[in-house]
Design a protein around this ligand. Sequence first.
Ligand SMILES: [Zn+2]
Length: 292
Amino acid sequence: MKTIKELIRISNENLEAVREIRRRERMHQVYSECEELKDTDAEIVSAHKRRLVAVIDRDDKLIARLDAEIDKLNDRRERIIEANGIDPDFDQEVTICSKCSDTGFTTGKGGTIQVCSCREDDVKECFTYSGLEHFTSYDNKNYRSDYLGEPEARKAIRNKLLMVMLGVGEEDQKPLWVYYAAPQTGKTYLSVCLVKTAIRLGKSAYYSKCEDLADIGSDTLEQLNSIDLLVIDDFADDVTLNHAVGSTLNNLIEIRNAAGLKTILVTSIPVSSLITGCDMRISGKLKNAGTI
Ligand SMILES: [Zn+2]
């Protein structure tokens, strides 16, 4: 699993190389059109090298002479650039995205940090690492509150999920949450959108069906201990009685609770029934969970 921050860091390294290549290309172009500038720049570099030697030799006279020579060369350089209408910054690196200055993040309304629109490829790639490879069409853009009726109730659930993810209110600070609603009420849609939103805000997040927990590779499982948001869908008491799922989930919740990280269990079974029917270790934790 790669988090969005890791993917953006890798892209930034690539961008650094792209900027340098573009800079060299511009210099090559400018020098090929203006031999005089190329020679002057070579003379400036040479003078700076000689000055460095003079500094090491503590030859103050030579340093002063070279400083005067460098000043003269710089004046000549400026004149050549102006006379030929050359961009004075032609030999500087130029940022590729003006929105994020190639950092990959922008600051939105209210000071919220979010992934820049220029990193849509990184975001999409991150979704595939975050358990969302089968949910490409589930997106906030396609989200409708009036889907299945009850638009206000659905909007309220969506807002509550966002508040829990962001830890907005005092109550929202709890690490473990149960999102309960009847079957066929669009819980998976909202859960997937929540994980996607978290990633777009630069957070590490993962979505899994409860029964699939037993099949997650050990490396990814290890990472799930420390990511910002974990959403477990189709959570049911009988699934936790499967030994592998029960102990995996119990360990995850225990470590994540201790670190204060958000875990949301999504279920169509009322919490009271879950507490009675779950693996005992998990039941104990559910008693202190927040509910949505
Ligand atoms: Zn950008």
